[in-house]
Structure formats: structure tokens, C-alpha cells
Ligand binder design. Structure first.
Ligand code: UD1
Length: 423
């Protein structure tokens, strides 16, 4: 199994360029199934999750050409598709559920075997299904009780849909299905993440009529068919946030290129509360934490534009070394403190109580053997390792490979002492 060896590193300095967004490209790739013409997706990060999505599209009958050097994926789904997503792929990535809406439109039938809950919680999909039912799909309840989504629809018809929670995945699946349904759909309490806007922009280029993406009410007027288009994926805001924290925790000074500061307002605000200087430059965003110590702050994760749950664990790494105590409240996922045990192995002394983690701060961390318990938690322990005395050995790094392109190379490029060992 591959591992990272992280040594205490000095202040990180230099420049790092952010890759295309994982969470934007996954639904966009799923949406290419909606067109019978060729789509070219650009700025695609070379990641394990992207690879799984491409293999899923291929297994469903699309021709997929991946150029990892040019960061480009070309999808041609003009031929006959298959309605059933193979369990082998779905179990590797929960975001496979994103093909649900597209399959219903193209095939009138979609079968997806759901994997069990993942490390950060159950991750139910009742909101996706509520939306599709409202559009006219029928879901086999008996199969659903066995973890199989078997959805059928001769035709989909627009409707008013209210989401009980602004689920990102449900919003994406419903937008895709509604954009080729008959009539108008109004989706209320929709997720407002930048990745939703990127998906809507892609669909609108293909011929969809979607308004209001990025707000809590999205109006979708169904159209008959989509053409093939080319699209550049937005930069990955969570990767950008992770590198901002890497600069901050090491007392560094790093220029982050290819990030959209507007997508990270909450993270930037919190970094500033910690005493980190964040300044806009023509060619990127400069993060300077040369003035130490880092000051503590409290954080509560929320749907966008609130503080992103995906930045909760990387930011907690910073709070372990900040001067003074902090409280982190996780409201989006029910079990997203797996990294606390790993930070505590390094001497962080964090306590959790339900949705809250209490971080005493001001700790000198010690290198230890730790586990990447999920994708973002994996990045978080690497960040902690950059300031811990001695060596931090991070195992289960396949989680990190799911979502950070060239993570070690990018970190080493700004002076981090990190090595990948393939055993
Ligand atoms: C997406 C992101 C993930 C991020 C998350 C929240 C992708 C591929 N993944 O995941 O990185 O952490 O948004 O920002 O884009 N929920 C329900 N019922 C549902 C659907 C969701 O209760 O039917 C709950 C979930 O259990 C979770 C919360 O809503 O507690 C957020 O889930 P959701 O927004 O759907 O996240 P994902 O789309 O899975």
C-alpha cells in the first residue's frame, strides 16, 4: 500500500496552480450522456474519481477518450446506452449516482446498486428520488429496500420541487433530468454551490434553459434535445482552500494561481480572522502568514455560501496550532470527525461532543503513524505533518488520490518535505 512520509517543513513559499474542480467535473461528465453529439470537457483533473466516472460512462455505452496530458475528456454518447450502472464502479465512488437523471432521460430506465454508507455518514439519496418522482419517474420500492435504485419513466414532466435540504447531488440530478423533461420545473431550496452553476452553464451551452443556478430557486424549462459542446471546468475551490491552509499553517507566503476567490469567501474570511493575510493579485491570490502566531477562531460548516464541510478537516489542522481554543461545528454530515483521532495521535488533544469539536490549540504536534480516513481528512493530516516534529507517516492515501491531482508534487514545488512511497 502506498504511503506519504511527511517531515516538518519550513514556511512554504512560491506558487502553486490549482487544477480543475473534481466536484464540478463529475456531474458535467455524467451530463454528457444527455447529448447524442460529442462533448469535450477541458481542464479535467487527473484523479481517481474522474477515472471511475469515465469508466462508468464507458460501461454505459459511451465512447470516452481521456487525455490526461491535455487534461481533456471527449465523450460521445451517440450510440445505444445501457441502463444499469455496474456495482463494481458504483461502490468505488458514491458520486456514480449522478448518472441517474441522465439515464432516465436517455433510456427511460436506470438501475444503480447503492453502496453502503461511507466513512463520513450514510449519504442517503431520498431527495434525488423525491425529485425524480415529482418529474414522473416510478421507483421500485421493493428493490430500493434492498439498496437498488430501479427508476423508470416513459416521459418526464416538469413540476415544482422543494428540497428539504439543499443537497448538492440531488440538485444536480434533478437539474439534469428536468432540463430535457416536458414543461417547467421550479426547484426550491436548491444547493447554491459553484459546481451547480458550472453544471448549469454546461447544460445551457448544450441547449438547456436553466435560470437561477447559484441561488436557492432554479427554474428549468425543458427542451427537446441537446447538442455537443466544449466546456472548461471551474478551478477546484477545495484544493485551493487546502493550499491556502498549507501556506498558513507553515507560516509561509504562497501565490495560489487559478483560483476563484469569490468561491472561497467563507474560508478567506476565516483565514483573515486567524491573522493570515490574503490579498488579491492579478495572477492569483497571495496567502501570507509570516506574522505568527495564528489566532484561534470558531467554525460552523454550512451549505454554500457557508463554510464548506470539505474544508472542515484541513482548517482544523490549522486550529490545532493556533493560539487559543477553537470550536468547530459540523452541520452538513453526521459523522465527519474521523480525523480528530488522527490529529490526537499527533498531540492535538481535541475533544468531540456530537456535532462539536473543541480544539485547545497552541499544540506542538509530533509526527506519528496516521490514516487518511477520507479524502479531505487525508489532506488535513498531511497539513498537520508539515508542522509536526519528526516524521508523519500517512497510510490509506488512495483517499487523497481521489481528489488531489499531483498532491505531493505541488506541495514539494512550494518547499514541503513530503514523499510518496509505493510499497
Ligand atoms: C457533495 C460533494 C462533497 C461535499 C458535499 C457537501 C460531490 C461529488 N461531492 O456531495 O464533496 O462534501 O456535496 O458539500 O460534489 N442528504 C440527505 N438526503 C439526500 C441527500 C443528501 O439527507 O437525499 C444529506 C447528506 O446525508 C449529507 C448532506 O445532505 O448529510 C449533504 O449531502 P449532499 O449535499 O447531497 O452531498 P453530496 O452531493 O453527496
Amino acid at each position: 500500500m502506498a504511503k506519504f512520509l511527511v517531515q516538518k517543513s519550513g514556511p512554504l513559499t512560491g506558487e502553486v496552480t490549482i487544477s480543475g474542480s473534481k466536484n464540478a467535473v463529475l456531474p458535467i461528465l455524467a451530463a454528457t450522456l444527455l447529448s447524442k453529439e460529442e462533448c469535450v470537457i477541458k481542464d479535467v483533473p487527473a484523479l481517481r474519481d474522474v477515472d471511475v466516472m469515465c469508466r462508468l460512462l464507458e460501461s454505459l455505452g459511451a465512447n470516452v477518450d481521456v487525455d490526461t496530458v491535455k487534461h481533456r475528456v471527449t465523450v460521445n454518447a451517440s450510440g445505444e446506452l445501457c441502463s444499469e450502472a455496474p456495482y463494481d464502479l458504483v461502490k468505488m465512488m458514491r458520486a456514480s449516482i449522478l448518472v441517474l437523471g441522465a439515464l432516465l432521460i436517455r433510456q427511460g430506465h436506470a438501475v444503480i446498486h447503492l453502496p453502503g454508507g461511507c466513512a463520513i455518514g450514510e449519504r442517503p439519496i431520498e431527495l434525488h428520488l423525491k425529485g425524480l418522482r415529482a418529474l414522473g419517474a416510478t421507483i421500485d420500492e421493493e428493490l430500493l429496500s434492498h439498496g437498488i435504485v430501479d427508476a423508470k419513466a416513459d416521459k418526464l414532466t416538469g413540476n415544482d420541487i422543494y428540497l428539504d435540504f439543499p443537497s448538492v447531488g440531488a440538485t444536480e440530478v434533478i437539474i439534469m433530468a428536468a432540463s430535457l423533461a416536458e414543461g417547467t420545473t421550479i426547484l426550491e431550496n436548491a444547493a447554491q454551490e459553484p459546481e451547480i452553476v458550472d453544471l448549469a452553464n454546461f447544460l445551457n451551452k448544450m441547449g438547456a434553459r436553466i435560470k437561477g443556478a447559484g441561488t436557492d430557486t432554479i427554474k428549468i424549462e425543458g427542451v427537446q434535445e441537446f447538442k455537443g459542446v466544449a466546456h472548461h471546468v471551474i478551478p477546484d475551490r477545495i484544493e485551493a482552500g487546502t493550499f491556502m491552509v498549507a501556506a498558513a499553517i507553515t507560516g509561509g507566503n504562497v501565490l495560489i494561481r487559478n483560483m476563484v476567490p469569490n468561491h472561497l469567501k467563507a474560508v478567506i474570511a476565516k483565514l483573515k480572522e486567524c491573522g493570515v493575510q490574503v490579498t488579491m493579485a492579478d495572477d492569483g491570490v497571495r496567502v501570507c502568514a509570516e506574522k505568527q502566531p495564528i489566532v484561534s477562531t470558531d467554525i460552523k460548516t454550512l451549505p454554500y455560501p457557508g463554510f464548506p464541510t470539505d474544508m472542515q478537516s484541513p482548517f482544523m489542522a490549522l486550529l490545532t496550532v493556533a493560539k487559543g481554543p477553537s470550536v468547530v461545528i459540523e452541520t452538513v454530515f453526521e459523522n465527519r470527525f474521523m480525523h480528530v483521532g488522527e490529529f490526537n495521535r499527533m498531540g492535538a488533544n481535541i475533544k468531540t461532543d456530537g456535532k462539536a469539536a473543541i480544539i485547545p490549540g497552541g499544540k506542538s504536534l509530533q509526527g506519528a503513524q496516521v490514516v487518511a480516513t477520507d479524502l479531505r481528512a487525508g489532506a488535513a493530516v498531511v497539513l498537520a505533518g508539515l508542522v509536526a516534529e519528526g516524521t508523519t507517516e500517512v497510510s490509506q492515501i488512495y483517499h487523497i488520490d481521489r481528489g488531489y491531482e499531483n498532491f505531493t508534487e505541488k506541495l514539494r514545488g512550494i518547499g514541503a518535505n513530503i514523499m510518496r512511497i509505493d510499497e
